[in-house]
Design a protein around this ligand. Sequence first.
Ligand code: SAM
Length: 224
Amino acid sequence: MSADSRRVDTAQIEPHPRLHELLRRHQRETWRAPLHAPTALAFDRVHAVLAAQRRDLILDSGCGTGDSTLALAAHFPQHWVIGIDQSAVRLRRHAAQGCAVIGNAVLVRAELASFWRLFNAAGLHAEQHYLLYPNPWPKAAQLARRWHGHPVFFDLLRTSAHFELRSNWQVYVAEFAEALRFSGRADAVAEPYVADLPLTPFERKYRDSGHALWRVCSKQNASG
Ligand SMILES: C[S@@+](CC[C@H](N)C(=O)[O-])C[C@H]1O[C@@H](n2cnc3c(N)ncnc32)[C@H](O)[C@@H]1O
């Protein structure tokens, strides 16, 4: 990856004024869109792996090439670390067949919104959930495509008590933190982040391009 990455190009310079309105609507209405069928098949394969050997779980959603999943798996050798991405091209190196088990890492090609709903429906819960450099969808009109503006957001929250999201777009992180606080996680604050040891290819690319990086961590339950 080259080290001359362009900064996020957007006219939106602060959290979206309609974020709370959208969150209230999504909190009120259960999202019932049909599940993505290939993801349901992939989830069954993952679930069989997890059921065969029970371990605590870590999710790496939008894992791209899976490099971060493998690094987290090495760091947490007693856990299953599950990396999920819809891109066969990005996953190709590690999960050509759609689901690959590499030591204690599970790499799966799947669509995240469906995967999270299936994960919750199966009664699973992750000890930690990483969302590293999600697609920014930087136009103001694209708010509903960002994870905190998407109808799946409250399903996403149920997957774990511990979230970490990173981005090179401060507004995305500030909005995600605001959505977490809206949901009762008072500890969620956007903060600058220095990636001395980049965990993902995008993190390395942005660091090498001199971009400021941001993250939000929350370890608090809605009731906490
Ligand atoms: C900007 S890349 C970041 C990849 C990796 N986390 C990194 O930092 O190098 C965002 C990733 O999210 C994946 N993605 C976006 N929307 C998705 C969805 N609905 N389901 C599954 N993967 C998705 C894309 O395929 C892409 O690999």
